[in-house]
Design a protein around this ligand. Sequence first.
Ligand code: IMP
Length: 425
Amino acid sequence: MTTRVDVLLGAQWGDEGKGKVVDVITPGYSVIARFQGGPNAGHTLIFDGKKHVLHTIPSGIFREGVMNLVGNGVVIDPVIFLREVDALAKAGVDVRDRLLIGRRAHLILPTHRALDAASEADQGKEKIGSTLKGIGPTYMDKTGRNGFRIGDLERADMKDRYQVLVRKHERLLGLYNEAFDWKQHEAEWLDALERLKTYRFVDSEHWLDEQLNAGKKVLAEGAQGTLLDIDFGTYPFVTSSNTISAGACTGLGVAPSRIGRVIGIFKAYCTRVGSGPFPTELLEETGEQIRQAGREFGSTTGRPRRCGWLDLPALKYAVMINGVSELAMMKADVLSGMETIRVCTHYRVNGQLTDRLPYDITGTVEPVYTTVPGWGELSVNEALPNGLEAYIRTIEAATRVPVKLVSLGPDRAETLMREAAAATL
Ligand code: IMP
């Protein structure tokens, strides 16, 4: 009996808490597969009082008997990958047994990182606020048909291919005013490459096909979020991959007809890191209050995240683009204790009220809010308070999708599975 691939992805601007949800639901799957992005991601998992942050390795790695796949759509920095491997070894996890890497995945070179930095420095105030992990330049080489892939590591002329690409990058770096000393990172990168070569590489599209045909359950784990998607996000302030559910097809080699559930993860409020439009952003005290209560600082870069109220037009857009079949709401506890909470239900654009996300949301969009009562402290051992239940029903009524999981804290254990009230859908 052949099975389908479920997809789990971010429905906002990233940092929704995808790592935690993957970790919680992994016992229901045999395979967890990352399909896009790279070490710009930071998936945080907390259990047994310990915090773990993953950048490249799928969040199923802590569960025994589960295979983790880094798919062809992912870009890999060997140095960062091996740092993760070493941290996991310290935590008692032998990655080698539980991890496969797709041969078609592309490698991030030290010169890609230098090009990322050079491009951002050159943009000045217009910069994207990239994580500077080399993501953009690596995907540019992929679509430019110059990329260096995992499968190339098995070729005899690997070193020559690397040199050709580096020479091209050196010419490009010469176009920028500022010089970036990438050479100091080369030796470490080449050493990491040698270690990386000892891991298991597969033709992951065939391997996944076999798993599905054998009835194995597969979960595709997204990185970043829908509004950072290269096509449908707030371009140009986006990442360089397809973060949406369609990205799971191209990033793993899975046909659209084989996609099953699509789980959209969102926070009870919104955050964004880096530059770009953010209609519901709170620039005053409440934003700071959320930042502190939610510890909203980047897990990859440590940058403070911008915070704001929940944006329903944006969430509805994410539901539409991804075909979200169920939602998971994170960080409800962060808003605990607030007397009232605001939710953006519509935008006013050129004097007109709309609940659609327009082409351009830079400064031209005025959020229209409704105010709802807040809620008190939350506990997994008690029913959700009325205020939070009403808040969730407002979201379900707007999106017409059930909220099936509610996260009440960062720990694996602080998670509640919820039966949606059919009447609201
Ligand atoms: P890049 O993907 O590093 O080039 O960054 C492009 C934009 O996406 C920047 O605004 C980053 O802050 C943002 N971004 C990239 N990865 C993540 C993520 O995992 N979470 C949140 N924002 C991200």
